[in-house]
Design a protein around this ligand. Structure first.
Ligand code: LMR
Length: 329
């Protein structure tokens, strides 16, 4: 009897051991809308997967869905709340339905360059904005960078008057819509995946994008040229749901956190190098890049900056002042 009982106990212990050893890995579905390679976000997510495969093999399986193949940015946050996708990195402009906290990043001519935006993101004010999403059930894991936005259209854009009456594809953000209206242009909210066809077929005339997007989505092919306005800093939030993040075993959450810190540094380097590279490749492909003289650029500032007044109360004058004053160390 004793022998049978201890035999049973040993079998039970073995099966518990086996089920732990063979427990299914935790799946992280990561959905994004850009190309899997040739774009800083696409390549950063691929690096994220590489590190997860190396360091959390058998424990976490990261599945990457690029180019909007699982969800576009219009659906991905709702899908995350439902647990159908676990991570994404939509642009800051895409969070407005859930929080107005990131609106500051859409103000035209606030950030001089990506380093300026990154300095603000690293400040106390920038970090506290990131935690605003908790109210909507999201965890902002970090900011990722993209680059400065440029304007393009199917005709030359040199002075703000050139944009009058044109239709511009925009992301779903009140400030960006107001910025286009301030130019006398018509903003049209369209998903990223629809932008190329809309530009090609003339559904819209123009768009605003950083170099990496203009290159990787080939927008330059269907535009007259690109005007180097550098009128806004575009970046992302690496986001997950609170339910998923808080439900992870502590050791796995800690390892993922360490991996994300490493990937974030890589992503920012990729954003800097790939944007510069994309500008060169667009020029080499024969597309016209219009550089503005200081006076010409000032005319765009004068035309767009009045939108600050309309949103100052909503965003907060103190926050705008903190962002303006942020400076890289
Ligand atoms: C856009 O919709 O223009 C961007 O948010 C796409 C992206 O992820 O860079």
């Amino acid at each position: 009897m004793t022998f049978i009982r201890s035999g049973l106990a040993a079998l039970t212990a073995m099966s518990i051991g086996c089920s732990a050893a063979f427990a299914a890995p935790i799946t992280i579905k990561f959905a994004h809308v850009v190309a899997a390679s040739g774009h800083p976000k696409g390549e950063a997510v691929a690096y994220f997967k590489q590190l997860v495969d190396e360091r959390l093999a058998g424990k976490v399986a990261l599945e990457v869905y690029p180019s909007g193949s699982l969800y576009g940015d219009d659906k991905v946050l709702e899908a995350m709340q439902l647990g159908d996708v676990q991570m994404a990195a939509p642009s800051l402009a895409k969070f407005e339905r859930f929080t107005k906290a990131f609106q500051i990043f859409d103000l035209p001519f606030l950030f001089r360059d990506t380093a300026h935006a990154e300095a603000f993101q690293a400040s106390d004010a920038g970090r506290s904005i990131l935690s605003e999403m908790e109210k909507a059930g999201f965890v902002g894991l970090d900011y990722w960078s993209l680059g400065m936005k440029q304007l393009s259209a199917n005709r030359p854009l040199v002075s703000p008057d050139d944009a009058k009456g044109l239709k511009f594809r925009v992301q779903p953000a009140d400030i960006i819509e107001a910025q286009m209206k301030a130019l006398g242009a018509n903003p049209q909210v369209l998903a990223y995946a629809e932008a190329y066809n809309a530009l090609q077929s003339g559904v819209v005339d123009g768009a605003e994008n950083p170099w990496a997007n203009i290159w990787s989505a080939k927008f330059y092919e269907v535009q007259d040229g690109i005007t180097e306005t550098n009128h806004g800093a575009m970046g992302y939030v690496l986001v997950t749901s609170s339910e998923f993040w808080d439900g992870l075993p502590d050791d796995i959450r800690a390892e993922l956190r360490a991996i994300i810190d490493e990937v974030t540094l890589r992503e920012r380097d990729l954003a800097a190098s790939m944007n510069a590279g994309a500008r060169d490749k667009i020029a080499a492909a024969g597309s016209t890049i219009r550089e503005l003289t200081p006076d010409q650029r000032q005319a765009w500032v004068t035309a767009m900056k009045p939108v600050w007044d309309a949103f100052e109360d909503e965003i907060g004058a103190d926050l705008i002042a903190a962002a303006s004053a942020a400076s890289p160390e």
